[in-house]
Design a protein around this ligand. Structure first.
Ligand code: C5P
Length: 219
C-alpha cells in the first residue's frame, strides 16, 4: 500500500458536538472542538481515502480533499449519515452527540417569569449503534471518552453497540481529549488491542487509521 494504505476506501465520519435547540435563540450542546475528527478526516484523505465528514457546529477549516456536510442537531447528523452510509467502506463515529434533545422546541423565545423552570428532554438516536445495526455495514469504529475503568467500559461499549473497533481515551488526564491538541488512545477490537501513546491529534489520527486498515484487511 505504500503511504496510501486507504487508497480506494470510502470513509464516512462524524465530528464535533451537536446542538439541540431550546427555542430560536438558545440551545444545549457540549465542549467538543471537533479537532480529533477533523484530524482523522485530513489524514484519511492524505492516506488515499475518499472522505465524507459530517460535522456539527465547529470553528475548523475543511481539510483538503474532504467532502464536508454541516449539521446542527443529532437528528440532522443521523439523517446525513444514513443518506451516505450504504456506499461506505469505513464509518468512524467521532462526534460528541448530545444524549438528549428538547421534547418540544419552543417556536418563540421563552420569556423569563417564574423563579425556576423545567425543560423536558428525550433521548437522541444513537448514530453509531444505528450504523452498526445495518446488515451491509461499513467497518464501524466508535470512540469512548471515559474517566475510569477505561478498558472495561470501552469493551462493554464495543459489544453493546456491535462495533468492529473502539478507540478509548481517558478524559480524566489533563491535556488529553476535549479541546486539547494532544490525545492518547487505547484501541480495542474483538481479537486484540493496541495502545497509542500521547501525541498530537494529527499523528494519532494517522496511527489509528493505519490500525483500522490493518485490522479491516485481516478480517
Ligand atoms: O455511549 P457513548 O456516547 O459514550 O458512545 C460514544 C460513541 O458513540 C462515540 O463514537 C459517539 O460518536 C457515538 N454516539 C453516537 N450517537 C449518539 C451517542 C454516541 O453516534 N447519540
Amino acid at each position: 500500500f505504500g503511504d496510501k494504505p486507504l487508497k480506494g476506501q470510502k470513509l464516512l465520519l462524524t465530528a464535533g458536538p451537536t446542538r439541540e435547540a431550546i427555542d430560536p435563540v438558545r440551545y444545549i450542546s457540549n465542549h467538543s472542538s471537533g479537532k480529533m475528527g477533523f484530524a482523522i478526516a485530513a489524514r484519511a484523505a492524505e492516506m488515499g481515502a475518499k472522505v465524507t465528514l459530517v460535522a456539527g457546529p465547529v470553528n475548523l477549516p475543511t481539510p483538503i480533499g474532504v467532502n464536508r456536510i454541516d449539521v446542527q442537531s443529532a437528528k440532522q447528523m443521523l439523517d446525513a449519515v444514513m443518506a451516505e452510509v450504504a456506499t461506505q467502506d469505513i464509518f468512524i463515529g467521532c462526534a460528541a452527540v448530545a444524549d438528549y434533545r428538547l421534547d418540544k422546541i419552543a417556536e418563540a423565545k421563552i420569556k423569563k417569569s417564574a423563579e425556576s423552570m423545567q425543560l423536558a428532554l428525550v433521548r437522541n438516536p444513537d448514530i453509531l449503534a444505528t450504523v452498526a445495526a445495518q446488515d451491509a455495514r461499513p467497518f464501524t469504529v466508535g470512540f469512548a471518552a471515559e474517566t475510569h475503568d477505561v478498558e472495561h467500559y470501552a469493551k462493554d461499549k464495543m459489544q453493546r453497540k456491535k462495533l468492529d473497533m473502539i478507540a478509548a481515551n481517558d478524559v480524566s488526564i489533563s491535556g488529553q481529549g476535549f479541546n486539547a491538541d494532544t490525545n492518547a488512545l487505547k484501541v480495542f477490537w474483538p481479537q486484540g488491542c493496541e495502545e497509542l501513546p500521547a501525541t498530537d491529534k494529527y499523528t494519532l489520527a494517522g496511527q489509528l487509521l493505519g490500525l483500522i486498515a490493518r485490522v479491516k484487511e485481516a478480517r
